[in-house]
Design a protein around this ligand. Sequence first.
Ligand SMILES: Cc1ncc(C[n+]2csc(CCOP(=O)(O)OP(=O)(O)O)c2C)c(N)n1
Ligand SMILES: CC(=O)[C@@H](O)[C@H](O)COP(=O)(O)O
Ligand SMILES: [Mg+2]
Length: 646
Amino acid sequence: MPHPDTALPGAPVLDTLETPDAIRNLTPAQLKTLADEVRTETIDVVSKTGGHLGSALGVVELTVALHHVFETPRDILIWDVGHQTYPHKILTGRRDRIRTLRQGGGLSGFTKRSESVYDPFGAAHAATSISAALGFCAARDLKGEDNRVIAVIGDGSMSAGMAYEAMNNAAETTKNLTVILNDNDMSIAPPVGGMSAYLANLVSGGAYQAVRRWGKSVAERLPRSLFELVRKGEEFSRTYVTGGTFFEELGFYYVGPIDGHDMENLLSVLKRVRGITDRPVLVHVVTQKGKGYVPAETAADKYHGVAKFDVITGEQSKPKANAPGYTEVFAAELIKRAHIDPKVVAITAAMPSGTGLDRFSEVFPDRTYDVGIAEQHAVTFAAGLAADGMKPFCALYSTFLQRGYDQVAHDVALQDLPVRFAIDRAGLVGADGATHAGTFDIGYLGTLPGMMIMAASDEAELAAMIATATAYDDGPSAFRYPRGEGVGVEIPALAEPLQVGKGRIVREGSKVAILSLGARLQESLKAADWLAARGLSTTVADARFAKPLDRDLVMQLAKHHECLITVEEGAMGGFGAFVLHYLAAEGALDHGLKIRTLTLPDVFQDHDKPEKMYADAGLDAHGIAAAAMKALGFSDADIAKAAVKG
Ligand SMILES: Cc1ncc(C[n+]2csc(CCOP(=O)(O)OP(=O)(O)O)c2C)c(N)n1
Ligand SMILES: CC(=O)[C@@H](O)[C@H](O)COP(=O)(O)O
Ligand SMILES: [Mg+2]
């Protein structure tokens, strides 16, 4: 049911859906109306919350049709990435909370098991759906049950290796699986690669275009006798519509391409496909990203991820920036380096705008590689470039680099290859939540021998780290920087490389030392002010390098202060652990040093405003100061008083 205060007027079908399964009783005409209503509601919601609008608008009819034809949640419906599921959430018992989307305490912007039984599998990273669906199929088949399992995967996500690993296993695992390939000819940017070209060929092929021209449904055009052949296991797709040989060779029935906005067509195809249990089926559905909302349909990114916006004009209300964003600084600095050094090349895995490499590619189109959603390949591709003397900058979000970890270990680090990892979105990211938090990279990279790791405390430091990585050819290096804007410091015309493995003292004190790695430095300085106001003289140092550790600096801080606090925007097992290992090995912990390692908490933090999440994690100024005071034996009451004073 709608929320009484916020529901849009005039959604007669949606308003009368008492329970999600009521959708199964609707007529095709009502389903069409329902789709229109859901689309209107989705636009209205995202205009107020921000979020992934274009993908959601593209699957409205598909979502309605799937919930009508299949018996969800008994039938398992798995959405790849999950960023397109706002219509699904509206239809599956979450309409009353849909306006809390991506807000603290509210609905997740992705599928999430803890949120609803209609989300049987959580997601946010691409190309997991077919593997997970196969797992559900195998479990079902072992249990002797007969529910259907459906995976919906986008054309962009089809560039990821996992999708092929799963398709390669599908026919051997089960005979009863439906994969819906939602082809809107878009990733976040236009999709790249051979598979994308193959799909485009299928769509531009004569039969699909003819079906559209004649306005007839594919299912209607398909003689029933042919469907009967399918049921008997005969190969029919090549003669049926336009091709799909690739999928057929992997053991799927290929059905399509079909128009994903034509409700009747969708319903009849899905109903027929539902009955196929002798081979996995792949239904190729053609949709339009942003469908039904002109500003989205006409946007270059098809309104992939948007801020709040004015529904009439489509204008997004992005707050005015006070300083350049870290991503922007990365792009600008890399361009400078590439002008000087012809060996500098850049790699993105389907995130050209997110990583700033769209700007780099405007200047150096031949030195930019968008490999699609393929982080594993991106890393090993970079390793190959490095092995042949180039200076590859592999620009990935921290959370997506996780997917290429074995490649980092086996192909890069083990061979000591000078791949430069530009790790964007390091630390908490806010509304995207736990799936996108860049939490683990310090730990997972730090365990690898020979890996140099830097973390930028402001945008000038980021520029210096790019200079350092460009100059450093002795092995792999990484520099991490957060989502959002810098602190407003001046960036030199051409930054100087840093001395490898050396941090810096930012403020001198005597009792407490705060050793910060990365962009919590500003909060550390505020904490030092706070502590100073309590008479606790505080040194603040910027470690710059998690690896190699500035051992002299660490030892000096440990020896000359009563209390040492390390601060990092990462999970435990990272920088603080490296400091502890070193001090323990040197016996520096044997004489009463009060040391605390402040990290992100050992939980997956739900989405919220980043400031709030950092405060919850104890990584804001108050949390840092409180940790120092607590270590020095102050009572909670004293600490609370200090907070009020501060
Ligand atoms: C492993 C991974 N890499 C990158 C991303 C970032 N990402 C989110 S959605 C998206 C595009 C997905 O394209 P597609 O599957 O076609 O869905 P569409 O947005 O077109 O609906 C990308 C690159 C991700 N979620 N996961
Ligand atoms: C769904 C997805 O993975 C991306 O769209 C992501 O939400 C982008 O995040 P940024 O806004 O930080 O680029
Ligand atoms: Mg797509």
